[in-house]
Ligand binder design. Sequence first.
Ligand SMILES: [Zn+2]
Length: 656
Amino acid sequence: MLNPIALAVPFFFVLMGVELLWARRRGVRVYRFTDAVTDLSCGIASQVILIFWAATQLAIYAWVYQHARLVNLSPSWGAPWLPWVVAFVGVDFLYYWWHRLSHEVNVLWAAHVVHHQSEDYNLAVALRQAVLTSWTSLPFYLPLALLGVPTLVFAVIHALSTLYQFWIHTQLVGKVRGPVDWVLNLPSHHRVHHAINTQYLDKNYGATLVVWDRLFGTYEEEIEAPVYGITKPLASFDPMWAQIHYWLEMGAMMRAAQRPIDKLRVWFASPAWKPEGYVVDTPPIADRTKYDRPITRKLAVYVGLQYTGVIAATFALLQWHHALPRTVVAIGVLAVLGALIAIGALLERRTWAVRAELGRIALGGLAVSLLLSSGACRRDRRPVSVHTLDGESTILPKRQSSVLTTPKTRTSMQTIDVDGKTRRYLLVEPSAFVPAKKYPVVLVMHGDGGEASGFHQGYSFERASGDDAILAYPDGLGFTWDLETLSDNRDVKLAEAIFDELAKRFPVDRSRLFATGYSSGGFLANVIACQRNGLLRAIASNAGGAPYKQAQTWPNGYAKCPGQAPTAMLALHGEDDYGVTLSSGRFSAEYWAYVNGCKTDEMETTGYDLCRVYRGCPAGKAVGFCPVPGLGHWVWDHAAEATWSFFQTQSSAVTP
Ligand SMILES: [Zn+2]
């Protein structure tokens, strides 16, 4: 799924630059280099670690929504905006309570404290985030799943709420008067929240709206100039220390506590409470000076240059991690975290800073060399000439009627045992089978974070295939597919098991088995064709890619599936897809064109303006590519229609 926070990264930097220049013109200093670098390090750490967690967190939400929702906010009521309104009000309200408890309960504060450590207040502070807060906030949001807010709606609204809160972290926007100030959370309100002046402590918890604070008695007006930070200063520019210091402090409090009840209380008490005899050094506000570690110009330039590389690597990881081999992602994330720790150590003049710097550079080098050897970046740069076809394409003809059928089909959820695990799939069967007719089967696979019935709602393949085919929408385990296991792959076995099961129950034409899918489901279609030679008559991927990562390679360097047999293939891909890039879809078409023995430098037009097919492919082994202008990481409107058209010509073609 697309990560809106990652997409916003360039805007964050532009706005921080604007803030810096604006402050300079007004003659105020709102940024300190070392402090801002530490803010960014905390934010980058939380984002790159989310690469591993986000799908699980979303899957937990989706599971609750699927199995335990009490209300159906479905658009069939005629109010498609309803889930969005419920999500907006709900996210904002629940955020208020998560945030309030994050300041009132130690175990939640231990995570959230990271966001408050900076003694400056600027847009970079907005990015200073704790690694663990995505976990502490998740339970607070689950009521929305019970209330029937769909996973995607929740994810979008939650991301928008996070993005909104970016701009309120500035000192340059003064107090606003009037109705906007009563309703919206504004910079003035949030400055109070970040301040440690006595009257400002534990105030103004809102995200987008300030009304909850006014309603629940936690609102405070900004009058006195705020002093920013936490009551016991962090006094460090080490991002790792920033993330863990309060956990260690809680450990120390537990050891200091005499009574067993106090040891337990440490976890749930307010951060203001301390066990008897435990003394904390909290300097009075008037005596405080901001923690600083002056650095030489040379070191600042070095850190600045290294940091540019770290930001570029982070952006690439957040944007393209779906499309990269997982080992590259894992080592890349370790290299980024290593760089953040090493840069923190340089700023703090730790004795081990140089060793850490060398270690993380080695890790970064390893990630880059693995990336280059994985083939994920390889592109066939040879020019391809395109011939304009006279008359109708025999490979990808345009559907005669532009009106799609209202299918006469039956839909039901089925279970099947594969390797001792009960798996599920949504079955779409014709409501009546024509006697003596044999039916093709199409597997239609969802993307990461999705599941069968939700994907079926968004992509109803039977609108194209009508009652001429049996469809199966399998459910991935943990809302994802295994794209890595090269033999004995559980999801390849699931595909085979579904085909076998359906062949037992229905008049199935085993020479016409197809697979298609979206995103990681598109990758899986490629993986099945790669691992089971001759099983599938044709495949189609939407916003997908592969095959990659095999023991053997073809002479041109492409990964070679063991004993690879040619398979007809259609790749459909949005030109504006930043989740899985267009080059990934193009590569999968080039791969099969090469494997099938097509002329890889000659294509021809088809019945669909934007689709091209390679020339010279053997009969029934055609390969096509449809780059769709203006489409992001989703399925093209005409995908089902074009795919079904392609599947039909390929299965009626005679294979020599
Ligand atoms: Zn806070």
